[in-house]
Design a binder for this molecule. Structure first.
Ligand code: AMP
Ligand code: MG
Length: 706
């Protein structure tokens, strides 16, 4: 079987929802699709099955094949199914249990009662045992040793091959796999009914349906799992991820053969006896982070004869040559803020997952209402968020319903509480109401398989909400771009150290390091380098060894001490981009040891503007993000200015009283102007005569991610 994706489910028999914060002994689903391994945590069986149903629908829609493993027995020791159902077919027992087991959306269930009822019909005490002391069920002994029923084996044949299995008869305390099966098999029966004809259960049916279910054993690959589990990791999570990855890594022929193994009456544990083979498949397939090839050495070369390059041309050239250089990996959604998606985030779940009420009020069938005064009898009970109303609301009746509650069967419309009168027995209101009023449709926000966020997106806090709502626990992102920053100049000193007037304080480095951090990159501080070719060479060597990109400032033009441009020229990769831009002098772009170098002007104002206009989109692109152009808007100018043609200008500006003010001095030596400003005014390449009140383009710092 060629499985496009393998999902492994660590099931849970909890009787209440698991904590919101992920823990062990809850439901974990790991998924491997050959490219990435993801996992998700589910607080209830209901939620987990909703996610699986959405995943199955998605696969069927896409024509994919899925293998889904569950870690509870798919069958009982021989004779049990026949005794209850009259046939040895375990799938008949699934349906038999599905008719009797009740398992609410909040995990409340009747498994002990059902087990006691089964015991009652069989000779002797047992075989099921184990229950909480407060449950008064005479037919269900609290201790296994008091049982006298000898109709069935204690363990299935397959379980005798394993050291650490628990018998399926045990329902309470550690490893109560019996409870997991009683609460799992009915869910699988429902899944088979919902996707009838599309699901095969191994080893009872040939594994040739699009979706194949199989029983798994969580500790099958324990050696690898133990090695992979860090001190902060949840073992169950690592288990399902590892199992999914291993079975996905098996050659399709071998997977098909393993799915065919086993016993049609007692079932089988997929992969048992093949641990070494699975370990080997895992080791071979270990994808590691995917590293794209480095940029080519001539990626910055401008066409011959280029003299002054307009800003837009320079940007278009950069855009065409730069591509992502960082590898990718998986990360928990909660930790993904500021990271760049490496793959489209595809919803595993609809949002909302089911039709629900948008207000507090009363729900009913629209068909039974009309225009004018309406009166409907109230049904006992209510539907609340997280506590659905189990029954059906007959046409002509109303039910109390709260915001976010799933619409019960029979309800398609909700009236706002404030629009009704009620005496507790009836409600009255004025019709007509629109059908579907005050309800939210299932999937109206997100449908399963929707791309909720595209690859290249730098994730915002809001995106974490969207990804979570789409049922995603982890996403594939780029490793953050490491950017080395160094300043060159004999005159430079650290701010706190400068004491001679001959020294210039290094203002660029702190500014650049902080800017990179804002952009979600990892800044590496390589300090101040003197105007000495050997020192600059050594600094570049070190930077190229540690970083994905290098930002330097100073020494970028063609003066005596401009070693940066000279050294980059020596590599043959240097391109001096004489960008028609003020403030900014030549931008030295080149490759050093395979790593792109952005040689910024030394002047802090010019360095700042060049960083925002050129380095930002290029670095973000290297980091895997989409090309980023700042979004500006037009404002009336609070200034007048005559501008010569031939180059674009960026003025340090801020927004006051709805108008764009510019800094009083245009001098590029005025570092404080950068703090005074809240953005840049962009003046076009051509000549301009700006009068007060004329519209000018304002680019707030925020549009540069600052
Ligand atoms: P350069 O590009 O090296 O010729 O430097 C141009 C001007 O910027 C000179 O006045 C330098 O002193 C100054 N400068 C260079 N690097 C920095 C820096 N990191 N911080 C502040 N000023 C600098
Ligand atoms: Mg210098």
């Amino acid at each position: 079987m060629k499985a496009d994706a393998v999902l492994m489910v660590d099931w849970s028999a909890r009787s209440a929802p698991s904590p919101a914060r992920p823990v062990a002994d809850a439901i974990w689903i790991g998924e491997a699709d050959g490219q990435a391994v993801t996992d998700s945590y589910h607080r209830t069986r209901h939620a987990a099955m909703a996610a699986l149903e959405a995943r199955v629908s998605l696969a069927l829609g896409r024509g994919e094949r899925l293998l889904i493993g569950f870690d509870f027995p798919f069958a009982y020791p021989a004779g049990f199914a026949r005794t209850l159902t009259g046939t040895d077919d375990p799938l008949a027992l699934w349906d038999w249990l599905a008719e009797r087991i009740e398992d609410g959306p909040d995990n409340g269930n009747n498994r002990f009662e059902v087990a006691a009822a089964i015991n009652r019909t069989l000779t002797g005490i047992g075989p099921f045992w184990g229950r909480p002391a407060h449950l008064d069920l005479a037919d269900l002994p609290t201790h296994g040793s008091t049982r006298t029923c000898t109709l069935f084996a204690e363990r299935r044949e397959v379980e005798q091959r394993l050291k650490s299995t628990q018998p399926c008869w045990k329902l309470y305390t550690t490893g109560s796999v019996g409870s997991q099966a009683l609460l799992g098999l009915p869910r699988l029966a429902a899944l088979r009914r919902r996707f009838s004809g599309q699901i095969a259960v191994s080893p009872f049916e040939p594994a040739d349906a699009p979706i194949v279910l199989a029983e798994i054993f969580p500790t099958l690959l324990d050696k690898v799992v133990r090695a992979r589990t860090g001190s902060d990791d949840i073992r169950d999570r690592v288990q399902v991820r590892t199992l999914a990855e291993a079975f996905r890594a098996l050659p399709p022929r071998r997977l098909g053969e393993m799915l065919g193994e086993g016993d049609p009456v007692e079932g089988w544990i997929l992969g048992i006896g093949h641990t070494d083979e699975l370990d080997a498949a895992l080791a071979e397939s270990a994808p590691g982070p995917l590293a794209p090839p480095p940029l080519s050495d001539d990626c910055f070369a401008l066409p011959r004869g280029t003299d002054w390059t307009p800003v837009d041309t320079a940007l278009a050239e950069l855009r065409a040559r730069i591509r992502p250089v960082t590898g990718t990996g998986d990360i928990a959604v909660a930790e993904a803020e500021g990271r760049v998606l490496a793959r489209d985030a595809v919803a595993r779940r609809a949002h909302p997952p089911g039709a629900n009420a948008a207000v507090d009020g009363y729900g009913f069938a629209h068909a039974a209402t009309g225009a004018g005064p309406q009166e409907l009898p109230l049904l006992a009970g209510r539907a609340a968020a997280g506590a659905p109303f189990g029954g059906r609301v007959p046409e002509g009746c109303a039910l109390r319903i709260l915001t976010g509650a799933l619409l019960p069967e029979g309800v398609d419309t909700v009236i706002l509480e404030e629009d009704t009168a009620s005496d507790g027995e009836r409600i009255a209101f004025h019709g007509p109401l629109r059908r579907g009023a005050n309800t939210r449709r299932a999937g109206e926000d997100i449908a399963p398989a929707d791309t909720v966020l595209p690859a290249g997106r730098r994730l915002t806090p809001a995106d974490l909400a969207t990804l979570s709502a789409a049922g995603l626990g982890r996403v594939t992102v780029h490793r953050p771009l490491r950017v080395a920053v160094l300043s060159t100049g004999d005159e430079l000193a650290e701010g706190g150290d400068a004491d001679s007037p001959a020294q210039t304080v290094d203002a660029n480095r702190p500014m650049l390091l902080a800017t990179l951090a804002r952009w979600g990159m990892v800044p590496l501080d390589l300090g101040i380098v003197p105007d000495d070719p050997d020192a600059v060479r050594a600094a570049l060597d070190r930077a190229a060894g540690e970083a994905d990109a290098i930002l330097t400032s100073g020494g970028a033009s063609a003066g005596d001490e401009d070693h940066m441009s000279r050294l980059l020229s020596e590599t043959g990769s240097m391109a001096t981009w004489r960008v028609a831009l003020k403030p900014g002098r030549p931008l030295a772009l080149g490759m050093w040891g395979g790593v792109p170098v952005f040689g910024l002007p030394g002047n802090p104002v010019a360095a700042f503007v060049c960083t925002l206009i050129f380095a930002r989109p290029a670095l973000l692109r290297l980091a895997g993000a989409d090309w980023a152009a700042p979004e500006g808007f037009d404002l009336p100018a609070a200034f007048a200015k005559r501008k010569k043609p031939g180059r674009r200008e960026y003025l340090r500006a801020r927004l006051r009283d709805g108008r764009a003010e510019v800094f009083a001095s245009e001098g590029s030596g005025r570092i404080t102007s950068l703090s005074w400003a809240e953005g840049l005014v962009e003046l076009p390449d051509g000549a301009a005569e700006i009068a007060e009140g004329d519209p000018v383009r304002f680019l707030p710092y925020g549009s540069f991610g600052l």
